[in-house]
Design a protein around this ligand. Structure first.
Ligand code: ZN
Length: 166
């Protein structure tokens, strides 16, 4: 590649995400702008990703849309042995290229919030009520306790006595 900066752009559709054997991402429509700056024997790569992906909602498990608007920078250089650091990859001399697909995919995956749910009221109602039922029957501890909260725990009794004495 010549010295200087080159711009690339990719469009990632459903196929890209399905081919990545993703556990989560079910669909996608993401534009990637990649600029590669070649300085000396270092390539500086800057990715900008914008679009939307489909992932299962944490609350109702139906697909929801997750906006993707993120960027990532890394560098690639040639050296003796293959080495992959945090944001820097060393390729052995003679290696023809570097597959950026995995990098792009990981960047998208990292952009997904840990907790992702539909906006309030937009969850699949049938599914969320099923889940709620399941949670309710799964935790029957409240139903088993027939004492009222005030004298349920002996420690509260002790506290109450303390309070009464004051
Ligand atoms: Zn939902």
């Amino acid at each position: 590649m010549p010295l200087g900066t080159q711009e690339f752009s990719y469009h990632l559709g459903d196929d890209f995400f399905r081919n990545m054997e993703s556990v989560d991402v079910t669909s996608g429509n993401v534009d990637v702008a990649l600029s590669v700056k070649h300085v000396g024997n270092i390539y500086e790569l800057a990715f900008v990703l914008k679009g939307v992906i489909g992932i299962p909602c944490d609350r109702c498990l139906e697909e929801m849309e997750q906006q993707v608007d993120t960027s990532y920078a890394m560098s690639i250089k040639y050296g003796d042995d293959y080495d992959e650091g945090d944001d820097c990859v060393t390729l052995p001399e003679g290696e023809a290229g570097y597959n950026v697909a995995r990098v792009i995919y990981d960047t998208v995956a990292l952009a997904i919030p840990i907790m992702h749910v539909h906006p309030d009221g937009q969850c699949d109602k049938e599914m969320s009520s099923l889940l709620e039922e399941h949670l309710a029957t799964g935790d029957g501890s409240n139903d088993d306790c027939d004492c009222d909260d005030d004298n349920c725990d002996p420690r509260w009794e002790a506290l109450k006595k303390l309070k009464d004495n004051n």
